[in-house]
Design a protein around this ligand. Structure first.
Ligand SMILES: Nc1ncnc2c1ncn2[C@@H]1O[C@H](COP(=O)(O)OP(=O)(O)OP(=O)(O)O)[C@@H](O)[C@H]1O
Length: 390
């Protein structure tokens, strides 16, 4: 069969979902024939696997007597992004923002943030922690910087630093024990100030320790900061997993790529014999991870040394690096770094997912929606007035 005959046969293959053929669309870029061997190069416009699969089924039907090799050139699949829209870049020096979240309080979210951030810094990354848990900002205590004076340069504050990690928290800026009863918009404003008015250096990763839950404040906050990855912290009991689902659903709704789940308090390591016993049904997070097409970043046992490390400001990952627990945090950090690095090859930088909302404006509010629409119009070359010129 010569190339012309092959092309004629391919005219009978419709591009999936259309009435025109792959030849009419100009998707067949090259054909090479040698005896019964034929290689066809196709450039298609869809990233969908189903489209490629259907063409792989249909093309051999019209060329039954040839040994076919099909090469598909497809556009890169679009990677999920936080639904913050590109625009005003309030913290361009921060490459990746990682949100640490939990469905409910007390599951070890702050403990995880601290140890994971230090583990990431120990693997050579420039790391910061922003303590956005306005209701219980305990990162300063856990990092051993409680009560330390913040240095102010001009009208901006310098982050504190401990164990190779930059730290800023409402806990540092508020008086100790000051109760905060804030609503979403105020939290959002505070977060934006903590990003804008703090002299963050160039960071590879900024971990944000979120308030627990998925209430209004949580959603507003999640929509207002650019997020490259979300980590869900949970304990393995089924009751806790129900809350966890809400948190993972929130990531999905907001198009935050889920880096994985940390199963905290998953078993008990006996300080005397070093054996691990199951208390809260450890391992249930694997099922949850499968359900949400993500991974378990690590399973951390209940260990007195973890709590002591938190209370004394001497995190276990730094002070007992040879312990089983420290090694699990290091492994979790490795998995997170690998996930973030894989995004790099897809060109998803913080710059591409910066928020555009001015402080105090919710991305979901009518005003927020208007700002988003204008911004998108400007990006695509329109005048931004909504007149429909683009
Ligand atoms: N794996 C663990 N083993 C032992 N104690 C732990 C472990 N994880 C956390 N803790 C302890 O449990 C308590 C609650 O942890 P943490 O403050 O990290 O939880 P949280 O989810 O951030 O809570 P909040 O909702 O108040 O912000 C702390 O005293 C901490 O030291």
């Amino acid at each position: 069969m010569n190339i012309e005959n092959i092309k004629k046969s391919l005219e009978n293959v419709k591009y999936p979902g259309f009435s025109k053929s792959i030849i009419d669309f100009g998707f067949v870029k090259d054909i090479k024939v040698e005896d019964k061997n034929c290689t066809i190069y196709l450039d298609i416009t869809s990233t969908s696997k189903e489209v490629e699969d259907e063409l792989r089924r249909e093309i051999p039907k019209v060329l039954p007597n040839l040994n076919l090799i099909l090469f598909f050139n497809k556009p890169k699949e679009e990677v999920q992004k936080s639904n913050s829209v590109s625009g005003q870049n309030i913290a361009p020096q921060i490459k990746k923002i990682v949100m640490v979240s939990s469905g409910k309080g007390g599951v070890g979210k702050s403990t995880t943030t601290v140890n994971l951030a230090i583990a990431t810094a120990m693997q050579g990354k420039k790391v910061g922690i922003l303590d956005a848990d306005i209701y219980g900002p305990n990162i300063p205590r856990m990092m051993g910087v409680n009560g330390k004076e913040v240095e102010v340069v001009g009208n901006k504050a310098k982050p504190l630093n401990a164990y190779g990690v930059d730290i800023m928290s409402m806990g540092v800026l508020m008086k100790e024990g000051e109760a905060v009863i804030w609503r979403g918009a105020m939290i959002m404003k505070a977060i934006q100030q903590l990003l804008r008015d703090i002299l963050w250096e160039e960071l590879d990763i900024l971990f944000i320790d979120m308030p627990p839950g998925t209430g209004d404040a949580q959603l507003t906050l999640a929509q207002s900061v650019p997020v490259s990855a979300g980590i869900n912290v949970t304990t393995p009991q089924h009751v806790a997993l129900d809350d966890s689902r809400r948190s993972l659903d929130m990531f999905q709704k907001l198009h935050i790529p889920t880096a994985g789940i940390i199963e905290n308090m998953s078993g008990f390591i006996c300080p005397n014999c070093n054996t691990e016993s199951d208390i809260f049904d450890k391992g249930t997070c694997e099922e949850l991870a499968k359900e949400y097409k993500t991974q378990v970043l690590g399973s951390l046992p209940i260990e007195p040394a973890i709590r002591r490390g938190g209370d004394s400001g001497k995190p276990i990952v730094y002070f007992e690096p040879e312990s089983i627990t420290a090694k699990r945090y290091m492994m979790a950090a490795e998995k997170l770094i690998a996930m973030l690095d894989s995004q790099e090859s897809n060109d998803i930088s913080n710059e591409a997912i910066q928020p555009i909302m001015p402080a105090g404006v919710s991305a979901c509010s009518p005003e927020g929606q208007k700002i988003k629409a204008e911004h998108q119009a400007k990006k695509s070359g329109g005048c931004g007035t909504g007149c429909g010129c683009k």
